[in-house]
Design a protein around this ligand. Structure first.
Ligand code: NAD
Length: 419
């Protein structure tokens, strides 16, 4: 039985991927029904004062998709396009992401429909504290642990940690991850997602006989994930021939100076005005001839409209949900290998797990230890799903979902259903 796809929403796409894997596993209809329903969807009003006076109200969400394997876990997105549908899809993906790398977490995600660059620092703080206060009963180290995502930063996590701690009348660093180091953050957390992207990409490139040295890499999105992944590839001697962000895309066949691009972004917030490459469109960037394409911006950028024109040999999904199911089928047919989001960008939540564990123990690890354990988690679980993909003759995406669904269903059967 397939759970019907309700519409072509982001969550609808996510369910399509779930169904493709669940069809290959012997899962009873009840388990399927349970796993395709979010446990809890919360919508809150966020009133806040503008610096110049005047009250405005934003809408915020937190979706706690599943708690079977542990506290819910997932980032918070501040973006004007945030909807309940998108947050639900992201929470759904977090459930499988945590399971595919075998972390003791369920899945969640949060978001506020706002362009954070339209807020002053103090407005951003007020919005964040009110959002955190609205969620105070449902988050916590043993309930649901937020982290950064698009448009949020370690400073935003610091305000959430402080708001929660003031209400609890004690310091509770484990309520969020991705905090500044001085507040109980983990070494290596800022770099973890981009580092994880490069770890699985380099492993797969080796399998495919693509040498890292000189490999042409294209990266869409130059925020936390995209810029760090680009730095990691550059450190291996790869040539980053194009990068992009919300301001546009920049191409340089000889290889972009990534350190210069990072410095430009630090000064100007975006790549606008970057002189290290000729300007092309974001659409052209996705269709460049290259060995590896890393979409690291937002959902639904690789679709049936452009998939046939994609020339990369390997796509590594730094972003969540960048490929629609239609595009995914085209890539499979054309022999383009896709490392799916739920494993490719799982480095962030893996080091978030390390941060949560360090906070609870009150004992902090060296960066080398964090990076070593991260590589071990990523490579062990990636090898497991790649073997399954080979054995069953399925894509890496379907294999990743199969591993994840099997782990969650095993927990569900052991726990039983409280009714
Ligand atoms: P970020 O806010 O740091 O960066 C996002 C980047 O995408 C920015 O450079 C922005 O300018 C760019 N962008 C936005 N719209 C674009 C467009 N239309 N075309 C090209 N670029 C565009 O966010 P991030 O944390 O790097 O997250 C990026 C993706 O990675 C998201 O899908 C997020 O869910 C996913 N992700 C992030 C983490 C994490 O730890 N930060 C972990 C796992 C997955």
């Amino acid at each position: 039985m397939s759970v019907p796809v309700r519409d072509v929403s982001v969550f609808g796409d996510a369910i399509t991927y779930f169904n493709e894997a669940a069809n290959l596993l012997d899962i009873d209809p009840g388990a399927r029904a349970l796993l395709t329903h979010p446990s809890r969807q919360i919508t809150v009003a966020i009133p806040f004062q503008r610096d110049a006076g005047g009250l405005e109200v934003l809408t915020g969400y937190r979706v706690q998709y599943n708690f079977l394997r542990g506290p819910a876990k997932g980032g918070i997105r501040y973006h004007p396009g945030v909807t309940l549908d998108e947050v639900t899809a992201l929470a759904f993906w977090m459930t499988w992401k945590c399971a595919v790398v075998d972390l003791p977490f369920g899945g969640a995600k949060g978001g506020v429909t706002v362009d954070p660059t339209s807020l002053s620092e103090s407005e951003l703080e007020r919005v964040t504290r009110r959002y955190a206060a609205e969620l105070i009963e449902v988050i916590g180290p043993d309930k649901d642990v937020p982290a950064p995502d698009v448009g949020t930063t370690p400073q935003v996590m610091a305000w959430i940690m402080d708001t929660y701690s003031m209400h609890a009348r004690q310091n509770v660093p484990g309520v969020v991850t991705g905090k500044p180091l001085a507040l109980g953050g983990s070494r290596g957390r800022v770099e973890a997602t981009g580092r994880g992207v490069s770890i699985v990409a380099l492993d797969q490139m080796e399998q495919m006989g693509i040498k890292a040295q000189g490999a042409r890499i294209v990266v869409q999105g130059f925020g936390n994930v995209g810029s760090i992944a680009a730095e990691m590839f550059a450190a291996q001697g790869s040539r980053i021939i194009a990068i992009s962000d919300v301001s546009g895309a920049y191409h340089n066949a000889k290889g972009i100076d990534i350190a210069a691009a990072v410095a430009h972004c630090a000064r100007n917030r975006t790549l606008a005005g970057f002189q290290g490459g000729e300007q092309i469109s974001n659409e052209q960037l996705l269709e460049l001839e290259c060995e590896v394409l890393v979409p690291a911006a937002l959902e639904k950028v690789l679709t049936q409209e452009n998939a046939e024109r994609v020339k990369a040999r390997l796509i590594v999904e730094g972003a969540n949900g960048p490929t629609t199911p239609e595009a995914d089928h085209i890539f499979n047919r054309n022999g383009i290998v896709v490392i799916p989001d739920i494993i490719a960008n799982a480095g962030g939540v893996t080091v978030s797990y390390f941060e949560w564990a360090q906070d609870r123990a009150g004992y902090f690890w060296k960066e080398s230890e964090v990076n070593e354990r991260l590589a071990d988690v990523m490579l062990t679980n990636f090898a497991k799903l790649r073997t399954l993909a080979q054995q069953r003759g399925v894509s890496l995406r379907t294999a990743a979902y199969m591993v994840a669904i099997d782990r969650v269903v095993t927990t569900m059967h052991l726990r039983g259903v409280y009714a």
